[in-house]
Write a protein that binds this ligand. Structure first.
Ligand code: GLA
Length: 370
């Protein structure tokens, strides 16, 4: 199947960064954004690949100015967005912003861009914006397929390379059309910081795996890791599955006060490198026996990424047979455990492990001999 991609050269691997919504909702201001950029660099997460600092809803005044331009909210962003972009860029990071393909954004505290696409895209470009998340509230009941391409075109004509993240919540199967106009598309409604929401969303997103490719990705929503509603093992599963599914890795916690455990999850270079692998094929659920699941997908250099995931409430052995992974039965592999940072050499025919409730094991399999 061939399909045109949005021609902006971005998103060769899934986007990595931070977004304000999951932790802060509308309680945002320019100091928070600057401190988050500082923390991204000082924590070393920037060096691991997280580069977008994305402002979500509630950054603007309810009314446009006399020329119809969007205006940063004076009480919370008094220095304006351009100054913020300069600051974020000075840290070697990129700045994202949020708008909406309707009359009002979801918070109803600021205008959407419907009917102002060209003007708003030019405004974002003039401010030095690198990324636009484009939501679907106040949409007058018309199809996203009518409204989203207008902003895509406007961004391409804006004179700046701007990542386009569609957020129409999966309502019109965006995987089937959004790759031509954007770099990622939400496949589901909003994630909540709890196990039932995270697992449901992982499954919904999984159906669209075959549509992901370099330049355009399925988006099962932003990470909740570090927000407190799940256990460490549940967050490890969340991060591992998002990485394997080539999902955007957009951190959603308060980076300024992140604890050691949160940092340990978000900074795992071996897991991140599965997400950023240049082959760009979304891993998916390949086997399910009750609550015991195997998720897997191919990586570059003929490697295979595998997750053994226990979604039940008692410890259990989970086995991935080579046939489940698309490997020939004669293949011998070295299995790198990406969380234990250990290599199990010369594994034949199947990979098995005891997995704790709501936990997972994650591996990269490398063929030991041709
Ligand atoms: C919608 C989106 C969320 C967030 C909020 C902001 O619900 O899906 O990700 O942007 O709006 O109001």
């Amino acid at each position: 199947m061939s399909r045109m991609l949005m021609d902006n050269g971005l998103a060769l691997s899934p986007q990595m960064g931070w977004n304000s919504w999951n932790h802060f909702q509308c309680n945002i201001n320019e100091t928070l954004i600057k401190q988050t950029a500082d923390a991204m660099v000082s924590s070393d997460l920037a060096a691991k690949g997280y580069k977008y600092i994305n402002i979500d809803d509630c950054w603007g005044e309810l009314n446009r100015d006399s020329k119809g331009n969007l205006v940063a909210k004076a009480s919370t962003f008094p220095s304006g967005i351009k100054a913020l972009a300069d600051y974020v860029h000075s840290k070697g990071l990129k700045l994202g912003i949020y708008s909406d393909a309707g009359t009002l954004t979801c918070s109803q505290t600021m205008p959407g861009s419907l009917g102002h696409e060209e003007q708003d895209a030019k405004t974002f470009a003039s401010w030095g914006i690198d990324y636009l998340k484009y939501d679907n509230c106040g949409n007058t009941g018309t199809s996203p397929r009518e409204r989203y391409p207008k902003m895509s075109k406007a961004l391409l004509n804006s004179g700046r390379s701007i990542f386009f993240s569609l957020c129409e919540w999966g309502v019109e199967d965006p995987a089937t059309w959004a790759g031509a106009i954007g770099n990622s598309w939400r496949t589901t409604g909003d994630i909540e910081d709890k196990w039932s929401s995270m697992t449901t969303i992982a499954d919904l997103n999984d159906q669209w795996a075959s549509y992901a490719r370099p330049g355009s990705w399925n988006d099962p929503d932003m990470l909740e890791v570090g927000n407190g509603g799940m256990t460490k093992e549940e967050y490890r599963s969340h991060f591992s599955i998002w990485a394997l599914a080539k999902a955007p890795l957009l951190i959603g916690c308060d980076l300024r006060s992140m604890d050691k455990g949160t940092f340990e999850l978000l900074s795992n270079k071996e897991v991140i490198s599965v997400n950023q692998d240049k082959l760009g094929i979304q891993g998916k659920k390949v086997k399910k026996e009750g609550d015991l699941e195997v998720w897997a997908g191919p990586l570059s250099k003929k490697r295979v990424a595998v997750i053994l995931w226990n979604r039940g409430s008692v410890p259990a052995n989970i086995t991935a047979r080579w046939a489940d992974l698309g490997l020939d039965s004669s293949v011998t592999v070295n299995a790198r455990d990406l969380w234990e940072h250990l290599t199990h050499p010369s594994i034949k025919t199947q990979l098995s492990a005891l997995v704790e409730p709501h936990a997972c094991k994650m591996y990269t399999l490398t063929r030991s001999k041709a």
